[in-house]
Ligand binder design. Sequence first.
Ligand code: MEV
Length: 328
Amino acid sequence: MTTCSAPGKVYLFGEHAVVYGEPAVPCAIERRARVTAEKRSDAGLRVNATDLSLDGFTVEYGDGDGPPNVDAPRSLVEDGMSYVEEAVTQARDAAGDPEAGFEVTIESDIPLGAGLGSSAAVTTALIDAATRELGTPLAPREIADRAFRAEYEVQDGQASRADTFCSAMGGAVRVEGDDCRTVDAAELPFVIGFDGGAGDTGQLVAGVRRLREEYGFAATTVESIGALVRSGERALADRDLSELGRLMDVNHGLLSALGVSSRTLDDMVWAAREGGALGAKLTGAGGGGCIVALDEGDGARTALSYAPACQEAFRAELATEGVRVEDP
Ligand code: MEV
């Protein structure tokens, strides 16, 4: 039995545009998914997920093709299970053991589909745990690459390397196409607001793709996000928090122009700003879920905790460690 964990993340800058080769800077945060993999004597796959911000569910896959035995809403389970299945496929492939079966247990304090990288964290931690269980441990960069391939399959080729690389490596990272690097970033005063909801990453990414194909201004907006990220990198290197906040505000505006914000995300962004944040933006695919703000004091968190749109407000520390082995 092997247990590994991997962190979630927030996007300081660049989500969506990163899908089209522009740079992005996600930062890992200390909210983790823990995944235990135990090799079975047959080729079956059984998954227990007890704490994914939805009712606990158990899914049993036999080694045949029969439908899974499920005790939770099917669409939610199917979304989550696609990542699990692709991660197991990658682990089997890496270990050269296509018939390997597993008991998988997932515990996560990263809400599903809320922009904090829950699927990347589960995929990354599962690939690490399952390959170790098969006696073929992988280096974090290889895990990142395998996790990206799993996400790419699930999201029909509409995925960047940003979420999975960040989750595998930890800290702040910079991703531009296939060029993935860690960035030397000091601790940033992140505050997160969560509306209790979720967005559908596949649909949101497809919406931006359609808009970009239809209108030149949308393609220009995507390029503008890339230019903004380059300015943001300079501010990050100088640890110029007020410039970072200002650029986060602009990034939120550009994401809204691409149609991926929502009423509750906008309300939380404004609550954080009015509470004194240096800047605030949605994080991840959007549509609902989380915003990230920069605030050294307690004003933004307090304002968010009173905002009707916000279900939970918390401070998030940078997770300096990426995927790692845990005591079972
Ligand atoms: C989702 O967390 C981030 C997106 O940029 C999609 C991706 O990078 O794969 C919207």
